[in-house]
Ligand binder design. Structure first.
Ligand SMILES: *[C@@H]1O[C@H](CO)[C@@H](O)[C@H](O)[C@H]1NC(C)=O
Ligand SMILES: *[C@@H]1O[C@H](CO)[C@@H](O)[C@H](O)[C@H]1NC(C)=O
Ligand SMILES: *[C@@H]1O[C@H](CO)[C@@H](O)[C@H](O)[C@H]1NC(C)=O
Ligand SMILES: *[C@@H]1O[C@H](CO)[C@@H](O)[C@H](O)[C@H]1NC(C)=O
Length: 391
């Protein structure tokens, strides 16, 4: 057991540092044509890939592990996602640290015992945090910024110690089947890790990508669109109620944006609605099938409500600025059309999920039907960051 705990504890000590985040992460090619980086590199976990697949991973011999502490700094506004994974015996015994609802969540499988523990303080406040996991006897203790975070005790009836074999570590994903987890979570994490010190090992990590993306030096909450792609949802995932209508709301500085904010397209490929900002005319232009209206882009909040026979567009909750568009869909099956449509944030829907007129700018908050929209659940272009904007 002890060696397993060493691995676990080793994976998780976060320490503070003052590294500048701009600058390409230096990588080197390995013989197997995989890039390698140092364990203390800056790693943007939100990089596009199969979301369960770790972004970087490494393997060490258990016999070489002398130190039970690992550390890294972690920063995110994302409430949910995979952070760190470790295993022995080729995945028979494993450990996963993730966030869920903003809280750290540890899940551990060791021989006949499977545990999960969550609680403490929310970590998704966009600040760098120092976490530390230590192993004291049968307990694994997670410290957050030096204070007690989580503690879990485990006792197995089996006492066999793992003292040889390989230890695998991974960031941003897991190496076991997700069905083995006790608590399921969305793996995608729009977050950043730096200054990792893993069991005091100096071995390089293998990168599961051509190159590593950068972390922004400073971030603010929001969804950032770089002008290169959009995020698409099927409207069937929202509960669209004919009486209350379908509400989509955006917060942000519209005078600092350019491009399409919202587009809705029917399953018959017909564009039903668009809202776009023009940085050159300083206007927000909303169009339905029949109408097109432009307003000055000097507001910070935009509510769009699709009703049975009209669309209401309300800037800044100011009823005096209310715009109504008629004739979005003339047929009586409008809500059926709307329920089977595609909705895109950050671009104009085109063929499939392709698109154009992409948005450049930060949407500080997006709500659909009064609930925060998590772009991690969309089909989105890799240039869209779901929970953080550069500040
Ligand atoms: C682990 O040890 C084996 C043999 O003992 C060796 O072949 C292998 O290269 C070592 N792996 C690492 C990552 O050091
Ligand atoms: C960590 O590793 C370095 C060199 O690799 C070594 O000098 C140092 O003693 C190790 N620290 C601990 C606590 O094992
Ligand atoms: C929408 O639903 C279709 C069919 O179920 C699916 O193939 C597609 O991937 C979904 N698109 C998005 C953006 O979720
Ligand atoms: C808006 O236009 C100004 C002036 O042309 C430019 O500096 C700025 O980068 C533009 N902003 C966006 C989001 O395109």
């Amino acid at each position: 057991m002890a060696m397993f705990w060493k691995m676990v504890a080793g994976g998780l000590l976060f320490t503070v540092g003052l590294a500048l985040l701009w600058g390409q992460v230096e990588g080197q090619r390995t013989g197997r044509d995989k890039k390698e980086v140092a364990g203390d590199s800056i790693i943007y976990l939100g990089q596009e890939r199969d979301p369960w697949r770790p972004l970087i991973r490494t393997t060490a011999n258990l016999s070489e592990i002398t130190n039970i502490k690992s550390s890294f700094h972690f920063r995110t506004f994302d409430p949910e996602g995979a952070i760190f994974y470790g295993d022995t015996k080729n995945g028979e015994d494993w450990f996963v640290l993730s966030l869920r609802d903003g809280f750290p969540l540890m899940q551990i499988s060791k021989e006949d015992v499977l545990v999960s523990v969550t609680g403490g303080l929310k970590l998704n406040d966009g600040k760098w945090h120092t976490l530390e996991v230590s192993n004291e006897g049968k307990f694994v203790i997670l410290l957050v910024d030096g204070l007690s975070g989580l503690e879990v005790g485990m006792q197995s009836k089996q006492t066999q110690e793992v003292i040889s074999g390989e230890l695998r570590l991974a960031l941003g994903g897991i190496l076991i089947d997700k069905d083995k987890l006790i608590v399921q979570f969305e793996p995608q994490m729009d977050g950043c890790v730096r200054e990792g010190s893993w069991l005091n090992l100096s071995i390089p990590w293998e990168v599961e990508a051509e190159e590593l993306w950068l972390c922004y030096q400073n971030i603010q909450p929001g969804s950032y669109f770089a002008g290169k792609g959009l995020a698409v949802f099927n409207t069937s995932v929202f509960s669209i109620d004919e009486d209350r209508g379908f509400r989509v709301e955006f917060w942000g500085d519209f005078s600092q944006m350019d491009g399409t904010i919202l587009s809705v397209k029917s399953s018959q490929d017909e564009l039903l609605f668009t809202a776009a900002v023009s940085n050159s005319t300083k206007e927000v232009i909303v169009t339905s099938k029949a109408e097109k209206i432009a307003v000055k882009n000097s507001f910070k909040r935009l509510l769009i409500t699709f009703l049975k026979d009209l669309v209401k567009v309300l800037p800044d909750e100011d009823e005096s600025k209310l715009i109504t568009l008629a004739g979005v869909v003339s047929d009586p099956g409008y809500f059926t059309t709307l329920r089977e449509a595609q909705l895109a944030i950050g671009g104009l829907l085109g063929e499939g999920i392709g698109g154009s007129h992409f948005l450049t700018g930060c949407l500080q908050k997006i709500q659909v039907q009064g609930k925060d929209l998590d772009l991690d659940l969309s089909v989105k272009h890799m240039s869209v960051s779901s929970h953080s904007c550069p500040a």
